[in-house]
Design a protein around this ligand. Sequence first.
Ligand SMILES: [Zn+2]
Length: 65
Amino acid sequence: MEKYVCKVCGYVYDPAEGDTNAHIEPGLPFATLPEDWHCPQCNAPRSEFELENGPMPGMVAPIGQ
Ligand SMILES: [Zn+2]
């Protein structure tokens, strides 16, 4: 599932782990989190999170060929 990154502090919400401190059970996608959920590290609102979409290792095409 897709991970989301807090743009304020860099915290990563991993759906596989959930957020047990906020009673978010593992397996819940970011999109299903409550509207009032916030970053467990810096209290940033959901709107401060963005999809983690860095390139996957081994999937970067060679350049110049
Ligand atoms: Zn944060």
